[in-house]
Design a protein around this ligand. Structure first.
Ligand SMILES: Nc1nc2c(c(=O)[nH]1)N[C@H]1C(S)=C(S)[C@@H](COP(=O)(O)O)O[C@H]1N2
Ligand SMILES: [Mo]
Length: 165
């Protein structure tokens, strides 16, 4: 991995310094299925999926200390993928509007960590996430350092299909 964060893959975390500036105020993200077709998903649609809350979540911000515990509420990433993708799949790329991202594997979603399932969260401590808080945010409750997986401002959820030989 190179040190030049302007040219690296958003899925290779470029920097541990969180971006202080929200890239926009629209929480709608694009869902790209394993078949390559994409469509927008609104917060209203997320809220139509089973609501899951995970308490005792911490955001461990490198160099800026830890915040929390928070209770994040949203849909599980597994429920989102299952709602919109019928094809077999192996991983999901979650990418933000500011070029940050994380890769989540099917096994992590199907066998959640004891800390809690991975969410696409739209609320924290009972309030919708505001712009500074990330609007729609990937929450990986098992991650207790660096917060590189706690992707704010999710703009694209891209499902990777089974790679056939
Ligand atoms: N979209 C996006 N998400 C991001 C980042 C970022 O720069 N852009 N930084 C990450 C890092 S390194 C940290 S420490 C946390 C900071 O989260 P906070 O603003 O809630 O403290 O967000 C994570 N999620
Ligand atoms: Mo961080």
């Amino acid at each position: 991995m190179t040190g030049d964060h302007k040219t690296t893959d958003p899925l290779q975390p470029h920097s541990h310094e969180p971006n202080p500036a929200p890239p926009g105020d629209d929480p709608t993200f694009q869902f790209v299925g394993a078949d390559g077709r994409s469509h927008p998903v609104t917060v209203a649609e997320l809220r139509g999926l089973p609501e899951v809350s995970v308490p005792n979540c911490y955001i461990v911000s490198t160099g800026h200390g830890t915040s929390g515990p928070f209770t994040f509420t949203g849909a599980t990433l597994l429920a989102v993928v299952q709602a919109f993708c019928a094809e077999p799949w192996t991983e999901v790329e979650v990418i933000s509007a500011d070029g940050f991202g994380n890769r989540v594997y099917a096994t992590e979603l199907r066998k959640p960590d004891s800390a809690g399932p991975i969410l696409l969260a739209y609320a924290m401590d009972g309030q919708l996430l505001n712009c500074a808080q990330g609007l729609v945010r990937l929450i990986v409750p098992s991650e207790r350092d660096d917060a590189l997986r706690q992707v704010k401002w999710v703009s694209e959820v891209r499902v990777v299909g089974e790679k056939r030989p």
